[in-house]
Structure formats: structure tokens, C-alpha cells
Design a protein around this ligand. Structure first.
Ligand SMILES: Nc1ncnc2c1ncn2[C@@H]1O[C@H](COP(=O)(O)OP(=O)(O)OP(=O)(O)O)[C@@H](O)[C@H]1O
Length: 267
């Protein structure tokens, strides 16, 4: 009996370790205006989680809450609980710089620094790690390779990053994020400004490296959410309407609103 209990407890512990980010009754306010209401969900480690929903429903607000990107906006406040590895992200003792190292972000609009391709990645590395030149070169090459842009830039690392195409700039920003060796990568509509080929490259990056990172992506592209994610959450008017495996959400959602949104009846 004891053996069974131990086995069950061990499997429960293992199971709980798989949750990387845990949100319970999480509220978010811009001043007086409440943008998120009681968001409760588990984001699983080393899985891809997609957030979908009509414009203004709070997807980006929730995403940006995970690495406290919203802190820079005056007058914001939160309620409820948001944890990473069991630690409250909003604990006053949380080191936000460390948090953002662990939780990297790729934005809708890529914004490389007006520096060389090399410096775009080296900048953050120099600020955060003590690396020799050859170690730095190694990390930069590896990050650019993972982001599937190495072949295009390897002979022009000292050229300005602003000379790259939009799709290349977005992949450079992904390389910049992964160079910091994050545990979580937040992607806020990373493909919305990209052509289909660049979009495919970003999706290939996600598919290839999803076992190495916990990826959370906001997308308006329903097919993209269905293609690349393991879990999907539908936000609607600041609430989480439904959260489940992507398979369930797209094939057999529990709520009529989810079905209507997915089939394009509203949004
Ligand atoms: N900086 C801000 N100050 C005040 N209100 C904001 C701010 N940013 C967002 N909001 C409001 O919070 C709500 C949620 O916005 P959010 O950007 O999270 O939605 P979204 O689902 O990501 O939308 P979209 O798909 O259009 O990007 C909206 O009502 C929006 O107007």
C-alpha cells in the first residue's frame, strides 16, 4: 500500500513539475479600468500555449504580465496570483531583471537596436554574462542558427541590423531572445507583419525548439494556433472563456462561444 502511495505521490510531484506558470484568479488593471478578470490557467513546461481571441480581449495584457512588461505603464495594478515555478511573479522581492532573463519576449513589431547584427545579440550578453570573445561568438552563432538566420547573415555580422528585411529582423529578435538562454519565450503576434515564408521560418523555429523552451504565443491566426500549439486559451472581454488542449479547443470545444469564434462567427 505504501508503495502505491509513494508511486502516486511521485507521479503527482512529477505532474506538478510540468506546470511552469500558474495563474489563479489573476486580475489586471490599467488605472481604474480592469483589463483581466480572474484568469486561472496552467501553462505547461516545454509546451506551446497559444492565446486567441478578438481584439482588445486582454491576450497581450496577460502575456506581458508574465514577465512584468506592464510595470513600465503608470498606474497598473494586479490581483490574484501569477507564479513561475511556484514563485509569485508579483512578489515585491522578485528581481524583475532576473525574471526577464528567464522569460524572454518577441514582439509583434521587431525592433532591432540601430547597431550591427552582431552587437544586437552581444549587447544583452555583455550586460548579463561574463563571456570571453570566443564564447560570445559561439553563443551568437548558435542563437542565429537556432533562429534560422545564420546562413543569411554570417558574412555580414558587422552590418547594421536595420538593413535586414522585416522577416530577417524578426528572426534576429528571436536570436536575441534565445541568446539569453530563457526558460520561457513570450511571443506577441510574432508573425503578423511577416510574409508567408518568414512566417513559416518562425513556425519552424517553434516546432524545432519547443522541447527546449516553454513558449507562449498570442496569435490572431487560428490556423497558426492549431498548427503550432499544444494548448489554447480563448480570451473574451478580459476573461478566459476556455482553456484546453489545442486538439480539444479546435475539434470539440466545451463552450459555444469558442466554437463560434473558431468558426469565424464573431471576432
Ligand atoms: N497601455 C494601456 N493603457 C490603458 N489601457 C490599455 C493599455 N493597453 C491595453 N489597454 C486596454 O486593455 C484591454 C486589453 O488590451 P490588450 O492589448 O491586452 O488586448 P489584446 O487581446 O491583446 O488585443 P489585440 O488583439 O488587438 O492586440 C483593451 O481594452 C485595451 O484598450
Amino acid at each position: 500500500m505504501k508503495k502505491n502511495d509513494d508511486a502516486r505521490r511521485n507521479s503527482q510531484v512529477k505532474e506538478s513539475h510540468k506546470v511552469k506558470i500558474k495563474s489563479r484568479h489573476f486580475d489586471f488593471f490599467y488605472g481604474e479600468s480592469q483589463a483581466l478578470h480572474e484568469i486561472s490557467l496552467d501553462i505547461h513546461a516545454k509546451k506551446v500555449t497559444a492565446f486567441i481571441g478578438p481584439s482588445g480581449c486582454g491576450k497581450s495584457t496577460f502575456l506581458r504580465s508574465i514577465n512584468r512588461m506592464n510595470d513600465v505603464i503608470d498606474g497598473t495594478s494586479v490581483g490574484g496570483k501569477l507564479e513561475i515555478d511556484g514563485i509569485n511573479i508579483y512578489d515585491p522581492l522578485m528581481n524583475v531583471v532576473e525574471l526577464r532573463k528567464r522569460v524572454g519576449m518577441v514582439f509583434q513589431k521587431s525592433f532591432p537596436f540601430p547597431k550591427s547584427i552582431y552587437e544586437n545579440i552581444a549587447f544583452g550578453l555583455k550586460m548579463n554574462f561574463k563571456l570571453s570573445k570566443s564564447e560570445m561568438d559561439g553563443v551568437i552563432e548558435e542563437s542565429l542558427k537556432k533562429a534560422a538566420i545564420w546562413k543569411e547573415v554570417k558574412d555580414r555580422l558587422n552590418d547594421s541590423a536595420l538593413g535586414l528585411s522585416g522577416g530577417q529582423q524578426q528572426r534576429l529578435c528571436i536570436a536575441r531572445a534565445i541568446a539569453m538562454n530563457p526558460e520561457v519565450i513570450l511571443m506577441d503576434e510574432p508573425c503578423s507583419a511577416l510574409d508567408p515564408i518568414s512566417t513559416k521560418k518562425v513556425e519552424e523555429f517553434i516546432a524545432e525548439f519547443k522541447d527546449s523552451y516553454t513558449i507562449v504565443i498570442v496569435t490572431h491566426n487560428m490556423q497558426q494556433a492549431a498548427r503550432i500549439s499544444d494548448y489554447t486559451g480563448l480570451f473574451y472581454m478580459g476573461k478566459l472563456m476556455e482553456f484546453d488542449t489545442t486538439k480539444k479547443i479546435f475539434n470539440n470545444p466545451s463552450k459555444k462561444e469558442t466554437e463560434d469564434y473558431i468558426s469565424g462567427k464573431f471576432g
